[in-house]
Design a protein around this ligand. Structure first.
Ligand SMILES: [Zn+2]
Length: 111
């Protein structure tokens, strides 16, 4: 699954979504921001255990609608103090995959 995510991200190199930035902030005050693209293609993230949660789209007639949520997180050593910085990706695997699988605009349109 991790390899799939990395290759999907590489295929989406020009996807504007992947140009969003994620902030790695250490308790010592060190702060670094990397793009979603760098985060995902570095391969230095871990796929967490899926958990189920109540769907936010639940209707009043349904009481047991649950969805699966798999968190992504990465850890890296702070270059300033050497402690570990944990960066949790803002989207779950389930939200991310469809975004990466949606077809980008036809490249021929841009020459
Ligand atoms: Zn630090």
């Amino acid at each position: 699954m991790k390899e799939k995510l990395i290759s999907l991200s590489q295929q989406n190199k020009n996807n504007r979504f992947l140009k969003n930035k994620i902030e790695l902030r250490c308790k010592c005050g060190y702060c670094e921001s990397i793009t979603y693209y760098d985060y995902l293609t570095s391969g230095e993230f871990n796929i967490g255990e899926p958990t189920t949660t109540i769907s936010p789209f639940i209707s009043e007639a349904v009481y047991d609608e649950t969805i699966s949520v798999t968190p992504l997180s990465s850890s890296k050593k702070c270059p300033a103090c050497g402690k570990e910085i944990i960066a949790v990706f803002p989207l779950s695997l389930e939200e991310l995959i469809p975004l990466l699988q949606s077809r980008p605009p036809d490249p021929h349109m841009y020459g």
